[in-house]
Design a protein around this ligand. Structure first.
Ligand code: ZN
Length: 61
């Protein structure tokens, strides 16, 4: 069990960049947000697609 008022305060949080779910927390000195990917199948499918560039435009270039 984690006590938010104790020394075990964890300011860093790892969030799924696809669905926004909190995956894990990490012990950091400052508030830091890391973006990663959770184990949801829908998020894993998104991870396989190129980010920022639609596939059709990437081909036309
Ligand atoms: Zn997710």
């Amino acid at each position: 069990m984690r006590n938010i008022y104790g020394r075990s305060l964890e300011l860093g949080v790892i969030i799924c960049k696809h669905c926004g779910e909190i995956i894990d927390t990490v012990d950091t000195e400052n508030v830091v947000t890391y973006y990663s990917q959770c184990d949801h199948s829908q998020c894993k499918e998104k991870e396989q697609l190129p980010v920022g560039i639609p596939p059709e435009k990437a081909v036309s270039l």
